[in-house]
Write a protein that binds this ligand. Sequence first.
Ligand code: ADP
Ligand code: MG
Length: 309
Amino acid sequence: MTNYQAVMMGSPIRLSLSRSNPQRARAVFQLIKQQETLLSANRDDSRLMAVNRAAGDRPIVVPAALFQLVALAQQISLLPGSLFNLTIGPLVKTWRIGFAGHSPPPIQQILDSMLLIDPHDLVLDPENQSIFLRKKGMEIDLGAIAKGYIADKICQYLAEQQEPFALINLGGNIHTLAHPECGPWQVGLQKPFATAQTLSARLAVSGRSVVTSGVYERCFLYQQQRYHHILDSRTGYPLDNDLLSVTVISDSSLIGDIYSTLLYGMGLEGSLAWLKHHPELEAVMITRDNKVICSSQRHFQCHVIDENQ
Ligand code: ADP
Ligand code: MG
């Protein structure tokens, strides 16, 4: 097994290939860079930023892949009771969590940004493949799904290249290629708020994606209160519930990324009830008291390591 590492999209990226192939690794990192240029909300030169800059002014024609991804993200955002919101950008930027934010922003700033985060105000024109944000200051943020989308692209590329056995880790967003002669991949689930080496569980997966949304990665503590990076459009504040993390095991990393955020928003009971009716998705939840709970284990095995410590 050979590992290749880089830091991209503000995250550590690791590619594991069954044998040394620097050329292939270079091609994968190039692919990530290309996708970042399409999707990033933190880079002035991305195609997505062109749409954001033209908010309140005019529609922008975008490449088909970006159009489709935004259309899917809007659909998910408009589901009844959805806590996912692709137009959450202004609120995310107000909080600056994971960047410079170390205290909650003034309430007036939160209220102002909440006027600019209605996903109904995003207009798609399929004929022209253009996207229009109705109000000046609106911003699309694909931060909750971009890594999943890119992980799928990479696995697709590696499969096309007939790479027999591989793993891509995009800052905790993992996808794997399986091989019948190689055993499953072992994926560690970090224990929330512990050092990166301390695991709550180990998952054995083959050819599946493993995506985690957690409240312990990008967050800050202010006057004994923890503020993290998944925000609630209804309150303007970070979502608060009984979960510290949700890990989704699925075929597609994009679907896993969407649902890790959505299920986190549903809380433990809500997620378990929802997953009963969606057998194609499975999840491992870590609760506030560090309990590890699996919705089912049809396509992976979960070995719990560190509960109640
Ligand atoms: P991670 O960044 O840890 O992989 P997620 O996939 O859950 O976690 O994505 C969190 C990111 O999504 C945030 O950093 C922000 O850019 C964006 N975001 C925050 N709140 C929401 C929300 N309610 N709906 C959609 N995207 C969100
Ligand atoms: Mg996500």
